[in-house]
Write a protein that binds this ligand. Structure first.
Ligand code: OXD
Ligand code: MN
Length: 587
């Protein structure tokens, strides 16, 4: 269904019958106007935006969502390919015609009495040949403003699109924020997403998970590149050389903290390029190059503080880009600042919780929603890499994969080669967190941290990864990490946060061939003493436990992997199957 921008807007207007249509130009005046509209509008009884203390948090506004709309809803998220098997067992599937019929029923007249915001945007720096043109319509001014932070909205997008019909179309309405009428439908074969009934980031900012991961992963599969749930960062050594890494972790495993890390070693520095999504192409010299298609952070507030992520705290207080949004945090009424668990040690005495009620500190519940978020421009980040806007991306030397596991998985190891790395990434497990609704704390398999975001069958996705490896000239080294291993008393054994830079320094040494490894059952382990622990109070025995392979745990792990692989039947590539046999032999 090829369709120019004008025609798309016309169709949307006829379908949803808004009282106004507003096409965004991306200007500063526009942002100010939309903020002022948001301050005067209500969505189901809540004012959309409230200004926060401008001295403490410049240009910042507060949003409280409907309590039923605080996280991604994976059970309501569908990939609607022509054939069910194209979506794979990793996705909910619906026949595209049936899905459209259902959604059209919801969208019909949905914007009566509302403004339809038309958001032309580019994912990726507009000069880049890897960037993509997109348009989203929405009736949420909060979504419109958030999109302005997270992507390049306005004139440049309109110019790039011109009269072409080659752009992503995102159709969004919050409806009446009713979970019974909430669906996020993806049509990868038509470059189209329809989302109804939610204003939450991952469900409603369609440039993010919906386009830049689910749809883009499918495009990448067709076109020979990768769209991944990954951070991008540069690690600068004391000699001034910058080595670029990608890192994939399931939601709420500290991706954002990792990419804004201040290393514990003098002379080292981490440059930030992205905290959530990487588009990876084979570029110059046959190497992998990555760009971040986004231009902002939609980060988890809870747990963010000067101890855990000082650079993010600076980012949130930097007023370069207008506006910054806080969603579902608590509010300290004594000075009108957003508050969340982890931002300060003591609980303020005049606190409203994330639902606006006076906070009862004896309730046992957190004041901020555990998935409370900030939406802030990446240009506010003091460690933003000078290469961030480089249209060719940055050349990648290492890929880090991880999950949140209290046992089994060691602190760090390197995989022998690309195909062993793909295998290790395909078997990542992680304990579930608050970023998606559902049960917390179960281990679920989350290959490449892409289980909720891969827009096609994961068996094909694994094969695509293996194929990319065959085409790359100098494949990056692949590392596995687990910052979250616990001891018998349930305490984290590794301090994490800035001390993770010790592990990253080891990876850098490996990339530069400065340190050797010892080969174990599952991969290449650090030689004793090769992780720099200077200044850290950690016992030798704890380090041994952090790197321990427990045969019993691995036996269990392997049977879980077999169960997971079985879901994909013969779609699992032979290479990966062979890796699994070989692993099983060892235990
Ligand atoms: C996110 C997520 O919001 O992964 O980034 O859930
Ligand atoms: Mn994410």
């Amino acid at each position: 269904m090829a369709m120019s921008l004008d025609l798309f807007v016309k169709e949307m207007r006829e379908l949803m019958i808004p009282s106004n249509v507003y096409i965004m130009d991306g200007s500063q005046e526009e942002a100010e106007r939309l903020v002022s509209i948001a301050q005067k509008s209500e969505v189901d009884g809540r004012v959309v935006l409230k200004e926060l203390n401008d001295d403490e948090y410049p240009n910042s506004y507060y949003h409280r969502s409907n309590p039923n709309d605080v996280a991604r809803t994976e059970h309501l998220t569908f990939v609607c390919t022509v054939l069910k098997e194209q979506a794979g067992p990793n996705n909910n599937w619906m026949d595209p015609n049936k899905a459209k019929e259902k959604m059209m029923g919801f969208f019909k007249g949905a914007m009566k009495g509302r403004t339809m915001y038309v958001i032309p945007f580019v994912m990726g720096t507009p000069m880049s040949k890897y960037a993509k043109n997109c348009v989203q319509v929405t009736d949420s001014v909060y979504v419109a403003l958030s999109m302005r932070i997270m992507s390049r909205v306005g004139k440049q997008a309109i110019e790039r699109i011109g009269s072409s019909s080659d752009f992503f179309r995102g159709i969004h309405s919050i409806g009446d924020v009713n979970p019974d009428k909430r669906f996020i439908m993806h049509f990868p074969q038509e470059n189209l997403v329809m989302s109804f009934g939610s204003g939450y980031g991952g469900n409603a900012l369609l440039g993010k998970k919906c386009y830049s991961l689910r749809i883009a992963s499918y495009l990448g599969y067709q076109e020979g590149w990768l769209a991944e749930h990954m951070v991008i960062m540069g690690v600068q050594s004391p000699e001034g050389k910058v080595t670029y890494f990608l890192g994939a972790f399931p939601s709420a495993c500290g991706k954002t903290n990792l990419t804004l890390l201040e290393p514990v070693f003098k002379g080292y520095k981490i440059w930030t390029l992205g905290d959530d999504i990487a588009w990876i192409n084979i570029g110059e010299g046959g190497r992998l190059y990555a760009i971040n298609p986004e231009s902002g952070f939609f980060g988890v507030a809870s747990g963010t503080g000067v101890n855990t992520n000082p650079v993010m705290m600076k980012t949130l207080k930097n007023n370069k880009f207008y506006p910054t949004l806080f969603t579902n945090t608590a509010v300290d009424n004594s000075n009108n600042t957003p508050w969340w668990e982890g931002v300060s040690n003591d609980i303020p005495s005049h606190l409203s919780d994330w639902q606006g009620c006076k906070y009862d500190r004896n309730s046992g519940k957190p004041a901020a929603h555990p998935n409370s978020r900030f939406t802030v421009s990446i240009y506010n980040c003091p460690t933003l890499s000078p290469e961030y806007d480089n249209p060719r991306g940055v050349p990648i030397s290492g890929i880090i994969f991880g999950g949140r596991r209290k046992d089994t998985i060691p602190l760090v190891y390197e995989t022998k080669d690309w195909s062993s790395g793909v295998f290790a990434a395909s078997i990542i497990g992680s304990e579930t967190t608050a970023a998606a609704s559902g049960q917390l704390g179960n281990v679920r398999r989350d290959p490449m941290a892409m289980l909720p975001f891969c827009g096609y069958s994961m068996g094909d996705y694994f094969q695509h990864w293996l194929n990319i490896g065959k085409r790359v000239k100098k494949p990056p080294k692949i590392f596995m990490v687990n910052w979250f291993r616990k001891d018998e008393d349930g305490k984290f054994m590794w301090p994490g946060f800035k001390d993770n830079s010790r592990v990253i320094k080891w990876m850098l040494d490996r990339i530069e061939g400065k340190t050797g490894v010892r080969e174990c059952e599952i991969g290449l382990f650090p030689q004793e003493g090769s992780i720099d622990l200077s200044g850290l109070d950690i016992k030798e025995k704890t380090m041994q436990k952090l790197l321990k392979i427990d045969r019993g745990e691995w036996k269990k792990e392997i049977s879980m992997i077999e169960e997971f692989y079985a879901k994909f039947g013969d779609k699992i590539p032979v290479d990966l199957r062979n890796h699994l046999y070989a692993l099983k032999e060892k235990f």
